[in-house]
Design a protein around this ligand. Structure first.
Ligand code: COI
Length: 352
């Protein structure tokens, strides 16, 4: 692996007391090019702009995928990457669906670990903060013909971050969208393709103008069943049972935090259901007073409680707009594992 170290560090220009999300970037980035049917040797170079031709095919047709993963500065000063293996596997699944060649596992994992190690001094230390890694692969052919590219670039940039939403752990308001479709069955919903996020922008922006930072998407055909929020998977606690949409329809992202929550909840013996959920069932639970908690799960979002769901002009207030006991316990447990306070009994951490 070729490594060119940054001559000066960006650390001094990072406001660690107001990190926000994705505003600051670390000193180095990883580049891995695919040419002549081979992934070349990875390079780590100082974070910098890159030049691409206006005819770059990704700019026109969007053949690209991405990941979001995190490294944590533990309470013992050790740096831990969360679920490196699962993020690699999901990147490969997304790549296959977009006809992008698979990045070799050992090359990817070694390069990511090296990148995090190089910028370990920039990792924030406060609880709730982390180094967010953004691996992405873009097609690099230059042509206006619509086709599968023959060249690609994988990059990993990293960003010291705090919570994704301004609200932090305070519950957010969500609007249930019944007008547009983000994904449909057989589409790209189950992979991390940029296209899914682009498809959510119009509805999310107009919802923001009405005071809702996020949108809950229902199925793309009937607008009847719950899919996910544009930035995270969604979970409900109804009458003591943790319920979340199953992956079977292929319309939601197989979230790694979603999977972590389900594994932890099952280990605790909580009643858990992964299945199709008609949104009317949520409305009905609300009316019966048994919609106990609603929260989102995601790498960026961690566990994000939802305090209000707006559906067809009606507001459903959840748990008095406060974080519920189950959401809090899950947040404490997941972050406890990530910062090395709790035992890594699932083997999710890679110490760097
Ligand atoms: C993540 O949670 O890592 C994501 O990629 C979602 C994105 C909207 C920040």
């Amino acid at each position: 692996m070729k490594i060119e170290k940054a001559k000066t560090s960006r650390k001094g220009s990072i406001n660690y007391s107001n990190l926000g999300f994705g505003k600051y970037f670390s000193d180095h980035m990883l580049i891995l090019d695919y040419k002549n049917k081979t992934w070349e040797e990875p390079k780590i170079v100082p974070y910098q702009p890159m030049s691409i031709e206006p005819a770059n095919i990704t700019l026109h047709y969007g053949q690209c995928v991405f990941e979001g993963q995190k490294a944590f500065m533990g309470i013992d000063g050790k740096v831990r990457l969360f679920r490196l293996d699962s993020h690699y596997r999901r990147l490969v699944n997304s790549s296959r669906r977009m006809f992008i060649p698979e990045v070799p596992e050992d090359v990817y994992k070694e390069a990511v670990k090296r990148l995090v190690d190089l910028d370990r001094d920039l990792i924030p230390t406060e609880w709730g903060t982390s180094l967010y890694l953004r691996p992405f692969i873009i097609a690099m052919d230059n042509t206006l013909g619509l086709k599968v590219s023959e060249t690609y670039r994988l990059m990993v940039i990293t960003s010291p971050v705090a919570s994704y939403y301004e609200e932090g752990l305070n519950p957010i308001r969500i609007e249930v969208n019944t007008q547009f479709s983000r994904v449909v069955k057989g589409g790209l919903g189950e992979v991390k393709a940029a296209a899914n996020y682009a498809a959510s922008l119009y509805a999310t922006q107009t919802a923001k103008q009405r005071g809702f930072p996020q949108v809950l998407w229902l199925d793309g055909k009937e607008h009847k069943y719950v899919d996910e929020v544009g930035t995270m998977n969604i979970m409900f606690v109804i009458d003591g049972t943790l319920i979340t949409p199953s992956l079977d329809e292929g319309t939601i992202l197989p979230g790694i935090t979603r999977d972590s929550v389900l594994k932890i909840a099952r280990e605790w013996g909580w009643p858990v259901e992964e299945r199709r959920i008609a949104f009317n069932e949520v409305v009905d639970a609300y009316k019966r007073g048994v919609l106990e908690e609603v929260f989102g799960t995601g790498t960026a979002a961690i566990i994000s409680p939802v305090g209000e769901l707006h559906y067809e002009g009606e507001a459903m207030v959840v748990n008095d707009r406060k974080i519920g006991p189950k959401s809090q316990k899950l947040y404490d447990t997941i972050t406890g594992i990530q910062y090395g306070k709790l035992d890594d009994k699932f083997g999710w951490l890679t110490v760097i």
